[in-house]
Design a protein around this ligand. Structure first.
Ligand code: NAP
Length: 286
């Protein structure tokens, strides 16, 4: 299978590259070689390369920055996604796009299903929802994988931030009233590969971690794993705080748990075993 990958320097894309089946051919494009918000460049790249599938791992992911740069967020997360989906359709390629729990408002009490009504509360969430809708409109065969709380050995993520802060601080306050499922980007990459291997996969799938926690509990798990693995690791003292004590420019969803039963039922992909992944990657953060 010939794959065109966008955003190839991001954490999901790097995990995807690590896991690509040997027989698959990859054209990995980053923001310098393919700016997905340039419609002509997208069209030309897709028509020149004639991929069997396009995997869009590029996104405007700076949630707070999106509030003041909404045009840029919508250009990358919405208009560009439509152009990629349409170009895929023109060359009869499959299209996989990655979306987010931020399409929901976080007021649920049970895990979100694919059929639940989105209600994004931020520009980032609104731009990602627009991208989903435009992709499905331009190319009804599109595969959209919503995920949440991504971490990996690569790039910027919560695990790496906490490990850095552990080296700098004696104590840390972490929000304990927002819940979600940490998701290892390598497991998500495997899920994308599994969906590509299943010819009938189409529409929206949720993919996230197999156990929900608060940010505070996630931090405890990170530090417990680090203490068990790293000689001399000293965890900072942890204090559980409320979101109201840690105001952010953009409010975060209080509840971001995704119900992953559809992807397991249709593709055999199990929810991300994030605690196992954590113990495997802590020693190799880049
Ligand atoms: N991280 C999370 O916790 C999380 C949670 C839920 C969903 N998601 C979704 O999961 C996907 C992957 O996220 P990630 O964490 O891997 O993101 P990431 O590490 O921030 O990578 C995003 C990549 O997109 C590239 N990009 C941005 N604008 C571009 C453009 N105009 N043209 C081409 N490339 C562009 C960036 O390149 P430059 O750095 O060069 O701009 C970057 O390499 C995204 O769709 C995101 O919305 C992420």
């Amino acid at each position: 299978m010939r794959i065109l990958l966008t955003g190839s320097k991001g954490q999901l894309a790097r995990c995807f590259r690590d896991r690509l089946p040997e027989s698959w051919e990859l054209i990995a494009t980053d923001s310098a070689s393919l700016d997905i918000s340039d419609p002509d460049a997208v069209k030309q790249m897709v028509h020149n390369f004639q991929p069997d599938a396009i995997v869009n791992a590029a996104a405007f992911t700076a949630v707070d920055k999106a509030e003041t740069e909404s045009d840029a967020a919508f250009a990358v997360n919405a208009a560009a996604v439509r152009n990629l989906a349409a170009a895929a359709r023109e060359v009869h390629a499959r299209f996989v796009h990655v979306s987010t729990d931020y399409v929901f408002d976080g007021s649920a009490k049970v895990p979100y299903r694919e059929s639940d009504c989105p209600n994004p509360q931020s520009i980032y969430g609104k731009s990602k929802l627009a991208g989903e809708l435009l992709a499905l409109d331009a190319n009804p065969e599109s595969i959209i994988v919503r995920t949440a709380w991504l971490f990996s050995e690569y790039g910027n993520n919560f695990v790496k931030t906490m490990m850095r802060l552990a080296g700098e601080r004696d104590s840390l306050s972490v929000v304990a009233d927002q819940y979600g499922c940490p998701t290892y980007a390598g497991d998500l990459a495997d899920a994308v590969i599994a969906l590509l291997q299943r010819a009938s996969a189409r529409g929206i799938f949720h993919y996230g971690g197999n156990k929900s926690v608060s940010w505070f509990e996630f931090t405890q798990a990170i530090f417990q794993t680090a203490a068990a693995q790293i000689d001399g690791f000293k965890a900072p003292e942890l204090k559980a705080i409320a979101s109201s004590e840690y105001p952010m420019p953009t409010p975060r969803p209080a509840y971001s748990v995704l119900d992953c039963r559809r992807i397991e039922a249709e593709s055999g992909v199990k929810a991300s075993d994030w605690r196992k992944a954590l113990s495997e990657i802590l020693g190799k953060l880049d």
